[in-house]
Design a binder for this molecule. Structure first.
Ligand SMILES: C[S@@+](CC[C@H](N)C(=O)[O-])C[C@H]1O[C@@H](n2cnc3c(N)ncnc32)[C@H](O)[C@@H]1O
Length: 392
């Protein structure tokens, strides 16, 4: 596939406006990062994407309307969904589709926060897990030099397209089709590893492939809304330590092996009780990352709110089949909890919420993270000097 890139004054203006916008709100982009975003066009990587409309995703193509309207969407500081259930927007017709997004171009300001934390210099050897459109890989090429960049994606359709689009800009990093959970051993070691899909625990191979003093930025997310971004530095003894970034991030999950999206069932039988805590507390990203630390990694969540209806959240643990549904009610008791299976999955969240309040709602960036070959631990040390630990 040979692609040509049109990058006229309108495209450049849209790009400058985007970078100017990312610079507002008290956050100033480091000069080198601003240059990278100014140098790197986004539009060649997203000739089509989906616009979300309620439960549906509507394909938008660059050829659909006038250029300025299209550019205003491409150069907004928003994520652009490019694939739903494995169907790329470029392969979709005009009709809306339903499903789960499986690839996107991340919101530029979130990319900037992650690249800033990654601390990329010219010559730094980098692995990106989650090539997607290739736009972030292009930024990495600008920052480190294309010959130092390796990027991997699970989808052959995506790596093939990204490689062609990078090539059209004169960028030739190694674009690898494979399971990023395994890293890319043939190119290791890396001075930096950045993941743009989320994991519940950081795969061991990423530590194995990270050079001593190397830095990793990885989204950690389970079933709940607000994922966290971990920044870790590898120590000479093979362990790693670092902190959680202030930016919440809800990246799509790293899919590995036979793991597939599994539906959450209805709770059947069991018992019912009341609660003081609505399931909507899990929609609050400031609490949900803390709540996640109290759930098994095998827990799934489904939630919905009917029009003018109650908030309903269901937790299901694949490991033992426990299923708990939490429903808001218009009359007392305000919250009804239906528990089926061996364990009440709402009880640890109620406990976690009380603990979080007693700790005065600590911010995510006050938490640290350490890893050994066997254990990954998140820690908050309260103002009295007492550490609180959670295993991932
Ligand atoms: C948010 S998108 C990545 C965005 C990308 N960095 C960009 O600039 O467009 C997440 C990507 O992770 C990929 N992914 C999911 N599981 C993966 C795996 N096991 N290995 C590599 N990539 C994976 C998806 O195919 C998807 O393209």
């Amino acid at each position: 596939m040979t692609e040509t890139v049109e990058d006229g004054p309108q495209h450049v203006k849209a790009r400058v406006e985007m970078v100017r916008g990312m610079d507002q709100g008290g956050v100033v982009l480091p000069t080198r990062l601003a240059e990278a975003f100014l140098n790197t066009p986004r539009h060649p990587f997203v000739p089509a994407f989906y616009r979300r409309e309620a439960e549906k995703f509507v394909p938008q193509h660059s050829t659909d309307g006038d250029l300025s309207r299209w550019l205003s969407q491409v150069y907004a500081d928003d994520s652009l969904i490019t694939e739903v259930d494995g169907v790329h927007a470029e392969d979709a017709g005009a009709s809306p589709v339903e499903g789960v997004p499986t690839s996107s171009s991340t919101a530029p300001s979130l990319m900037a926060d992650m690249l800033d934390a990654l601390d990329v210099r010219p010559g730094t050897r980098i692995l990106e897990v989650g090539t997607g459109t290739g736009y972030n890989a292009a930024l990495l090429c600008d920052l480190a030099g294309a010959e130092n960049v390796t990027t991997v994606d699970y989808s052959e359709r995506l790596t093939r397209t990204a490689q062609a689009r990078l090539g059209a800009l004169g960028l030739h990093p190694v674009v690898h089709h494979g399971d990023g959970a395994q890293g890319v051993p043939t190119r290791a070691p890396f001075d930096r590893i950045i993941a743009t899909c989320s994991v519940r625990r950081i795969p061991t191979s990423w530590f194995d492939h990270l050079a001593p003093d190397g830095i990793m930025v990885a989204p950690i997310k389970g079933a709940l809304a607000g994922g966290m971004l971990a920044r870790l530095k590898r120590r000479p003894d093979g362990t790693a330590g670092g902190h959680i970034l202030h930016t919440p991030a809800a990246f799509m999950p790293l899919l590995s092996g036979k793991q597939q999206l599994c539906p959450v069932p209805e709770p059947t039988g069991g018992m019912s009780r009341s609660s003081e805590l609505s399931g909507s507390v899990l929609d609050d990203w400031t609490f949900s990352f803390f709540a996640e630390l109290h759930l098994n990694a095998t827990t799934l969540r489904e939630y919905h709110r009917e029009t003018d209806g109650p908030h309903v959240t269901t937790l299901f643990d694949l490991r033992d089949g426990s299923c708990t549904r939490v429903t808001d009610q218009p009359e007392a008791p305000a919250v009804r909890v239906h528990v089926s299976g061996p364990r009440d999955l709402w009880a640890p969240i109620e406990k976690a919420h009380n603990h979080w309040l007693s700790l005065n709602r600590p911010r995510r960036e006050w938490f640290t993270i350490t890893t050994t070959p066997d254990v990954q631990t998140v820690t908050y040390t309260d103002p009295s000097g007492r550490p609180h630990h959670w295993a991932l």
